[in-house]
Design a binder for this molecule. Structure first.
Ligand code: NCD
Length: 309
């Protein structure tokens, strides 16, 4: 399959076969991601990392993935140090960075920003999160983690818990999991439930998600528990945030009801929604999940740059 020059804006841009191919390539990248094998496959390439919103894992794992394959990275992590403060538009910024690099990774506070950037750039643009919109590369690493940990995706009961309204990782993931035949349950305080657009898309893809606010009622049947943080920064009114802050928390007590081999995932950062005591249980896979960002982003970068591996 040829992914050369492809933009990665939404998980909807991929067919199931294409996703499977990227996940297979990610598996082949594991020894390189761990530093056990060395490759200079991306030597001479430059990655432009544009992060106009905070990030630890996504930015660093793109950078690490590029470095491990011999590429160089130029980056901007604060708009205050760029001409954006002088009023430069995103379109102009993208045209510039396109001239300075071979692939652009963009995180932006506005939904739709990555699509706009892709429109203005001839070089591939990878969406690293656009506001409350979507986060397709996170979804790829989430799918990879489920495959690695559960031996497959189809047939698993996946419970997505937390801020499903503003949590972009939950939106892309729900759609992709449906394509792969997982059974979904959305658990959230009523005001933070999954947006209609995502629910409609899941149904269009043949899914039939259960929707509830009661985690206790579904934990025993869950194979994969995917928890998200309440996205405080996206609430228009701080008082609304206060009403839902701290309304769910997964701890050892709750996990007593869970299947022995249920896995707990989280895109991180966590605030208080997973008690630290969970980290040492066999359920906890969120740090492994964060590591998986490296092989998956290696696979993506080589794919869109058309480099054989
Ligand atoms: C997430 C994000 O930025 O959407 N983090 C990540 O990329 N791993 C989740 C979050 O911020 O809660």
């Amino acid at each position: 399959m040829n992914f050369e020059n492809m933009d990665v804006v939404s998980i909807r841009d991929f067919t199931r076969d294409q996703i499977e191919e990227i996940l297979d390539r990610s598996r082949a990248m594991l020894p390189y991601a761990k530093g056990e094998k060395v490759s200079r496959a991306l030597e001479g390439k430059i990655l432009g990392n544009l992060f106009f919103e905070p990030s630890t894992r996504t930015r660093l794992s793109f950078e690490s993935a590029a470095n491990r394959l011999g590429a160089r990275v130029i980056d901007v992590s604060q708009t205050s140090t760029t001409s954006i403060v002088k009023g430069e538009t995103l379109a102009d910024t993208i045209r510039m960075v396109e001239a300075y690099s071979d692939v652009i990774v963009l995180r932006h506070p506005h939904e739709g920003a990555a699509r706009l950037a892709a429109h203005f750039s001839e070089k591939p643009v990878i969406n690293a999160g656009d506001g409350a919109g979507s986060h397709p590369t996170q979804t790829l690493l989430d799918l990879f983690t489920i495959q690695e940990e559960m031996g497959g995706i189809e047939g698993n009961n996946v419970t997505i818990l937390g801020d499903l309204k503003y949590g972009r990782t939950a939106h892309s993931l729900a759609e992709a999991l449906t394509v792969f035949g997982a059974k979904l349950t959305f658990v959230a305080p009523e005001t933070l439930q999954m947006p209609k657009d995502t629910v409609d898309q899941v149904k269009k893809l043949g899914g039939d998600p259960a929707i509830t606010s009661d985690i206790e009622g579904v934990i025993a049947d869950t194979d994969v528990l995917y928890i998200t943080r309440i996205q405080k920064e996206r609430f228009p009114d701080p008082a609304e945030y206060q009403k839902v802050a701290g309304t769910y928390r997964v701890d050892k007590e709750m996990l007593r009801e869970a299947k022995k081999d249920m896995i707990v995932m989280h895109p991180l950062p966590r605030i208080d929604e997973i008690a630290p005591e969970v980290d040492s249980t066999a359920h906890a896979k969120y740090f492994q999940q964060a590591f998986n960002g490296i092989p998956v982003r290696m696979a993506l970068l080589t794919s869109v740059l058309g480099v054989d591996f």
